[in-house]
Design a protein. Structure first.
Length: 136
């Protein structure tokens, strides 16, 4: 009975370490920023971001406002967040973060919503943005 109890406690502790990998130094926290960079006279930007585990809820951003969140990657390298964006009659859904175990991962991801689409940067110094998606 003692061996079974020991084995159960060992598994329980191991699962806590795996769940909290970021906390125990196995990874760095990731932060994703979404910035409304649309024209000042346009409708507000509505969005909803989710992962398989977390629904961050509906958000509304005025021009130049941002929404951001920080999370720890799944220990098994399967973390994925996507967002659904609404701007007037336009909308778009895409992945804003996906773990890539072969490429490494930057700790900060910036997304700009502009009139002609969505731009990405992972550089918080020069913030060189590259267009990734059009509005659909």
């Amino acid at each position: 009975m003692t061996k079974i109890l020991f084995f159960f406690v060992l598994i329980l502790n191991t699962s806590q370490i795996l769940v909290g990998a970021c906390t125990f130094g196995f990874g760095l926290p990731i932060t994703v920023y979404v910035v409304n960079n649309l024209p000042s006279n346009s409708p507000l930007l509505d969005l909803r971001c989710q992962s398989g585990d977390d629904d961050l809820g509906n958000k509304t951003l005025r021009v130049n406002e941002n929404f951001h969140w920080t999370f720890c990657q799944n220990f098994f390298g399967r973390t994925l967040f996507f967002c659904h964006f609404y701007w007037g009659s336009k909308q778009r859904v895409f992945t804003v973060f996906k773990t890539n175990p072969f490429k490494g991962s930057y700790v900060t991801h910036y997304w700009l919503a502009k009139k002609d689409g969505f731009y990405f940067s992972n550089d918080n110094v020069t913030q060189t943005f590259t267009k990734k998606y059009d509005w659909s």
